[in-house]
Design a protein around this ligand. Structure first.
Ligand SMILES: [Mg+2]
Length: 358
């Protein structure tokens, strides 16, 4: 099967509710993470769709540079996809290696996996060796604890931002207390502070929150603080240190492994280099005894990898976003039922692009 065309498109997102203190423009990033669609056509008539990042700059990288490197390439196997990935990564090194170029590459990679699946009439998880976990435990990244407990979630994550006030400790304790109270003693409860703590705050939080038995602290420092995270890690036990949604490729995660920075890696499969990078990241994680829980793992792109790999049996979902109105870019995406989520057995990723949003 030969690639005949490649096109990246920034969807016309309709619902861009800015959060408090944000303009509609920054809300674009927060609501839709600057996600892009990549379409790959082939000479067999099969078409693959992928989901990448990087917004309009990401589409320019695909359409003005990577596209011409792809046309005419053959895709018959996973090895072919791997070779293409390496070629695109190499060709984009002068401006790439991390960030938007790799987010754009992720969209291409996922489109190739979708294409290969469709051509062979197989879901992507079968290309990856088949299902190891038929049902994945979903966790709710949520603000509405009651609603999601009632919906059957037994795992949840609450967000918190440190603003520099002493009262932030109390506010966090209050959230942890309420989460534990509502979800019960056996629930997995995590917190994400989106890089707003420092080492001192992290240690104090570990002490103050110990009675709530949290599973992990996520994104405590900015991702370049590899050594600081490594020295925090043993000092917050039994809480695990999680992060990695802002890290890219097996090279980036290799550096995290070497520094011993985190207990739980959270690569975003639509940003870190797609399934191809995800597999390589998993190999390193296996060697270093790190667990992998992809960022937004309940979205279909990571979900196929989770069910067919050594990823932990845990997938992040965002029930707050399913409240109307919502942009349904991909129809037929699975939603959790009773706290569990599973991909369909349709070919490729099994979702259909809503073309009215292009
Ligand atoms: Mg996060």
């Amino acid at each position: 099967m030969k690639i005949t065309n490649v096109k990246a498109i920034y969807p016309r997102w309709q619902n861009l509710p800015p959060r408090p203190g944000e303009t509609a423009k920054t809300g674009v990033w927060q609501s839709h993470f600057w996600q892009i669609v990549v379409r790959v056509d082939s000479d067999t008539g099969a078409t693959g769709f992928g989901y990448g990042g990087g917004g309009i700059p990401g589409t320019i990288i695909v359409n003005e540079h990577l596209r011409e490197l792809l046309i005419g390439r053959h895709v018959e196997s996973i090895d072919d996809i791997r070779e293409i990935w390496d070629m695109l990564y190499f060709k984009s090194i002068p401006y790439g290696r991390k960030g938007i170029p790799v987010m754009a590459l992720s969209g291409i990679d996922l489109a190739l996996w979708d294409l290969l699946g469709k051509q062979n009439n197989k879901p992507v998880y079968d290309l990856l060796g088949g299902i190891q976990k038929p049902n994945v435990r979903a966790y709710a990244s949520t603000r509405d604890f009651e609603r999601d407990c009632e919906a059957g979630f037994t795992a949840m994550k609450f967000s918190h931002r440190w603003t520099g006030q002493e009262s932030d400790y109390d506010a966090t304790i209050e959230l942890a207390n309420r989460a534990r109270d509502i979800f019960g003693a056996n629930a997995l409860i995590m917190t994400d502070c989106y890089m707003s703590w420092d080492s001192e705050v992290t240690l104090e939080m570990a002490r103050l929150l110990s009675e709530y038995n949290l599973y992990w602290f996520e994104d405590v420092l900015t991702p370049d603080n590899l050594d600081q995270m490594a020295s925090l890690k043993p000092n917050i036990k039994p809480v695990l240190l999680a992060g990695g949604e802002h890290e890219f490729t097996h090279h980036g995660f290799g550096a995290l492994a070497k520094a011993g920075s985190l207990d739980v890696w959270q690569p975003d499969i639509t940003w870190c280099g797609g399934i191809t990078a995800g597999l390589r990241i998993l190999e390193i994680a296996h060697r270093f005894g790190v667990s992998v829980v992809p960022h937004r793992g309940g979205e279909i792109w990571a979900l196929h990898l989770i069910v067919a790999s050594e990823c932990e049996n845990l997938a992040e979902t965002h029930p707050d976003r399913w409240q109307t109105p919502i942009d349904n870019l991909w129809t037929d995406e699975p939603y959790p039922v009773g706290g569990y989520i599973a991909p369909s057995d349709r070919p490729g990723f099994g979702v259909t692009l809503n073309e009215s949003m292009l």
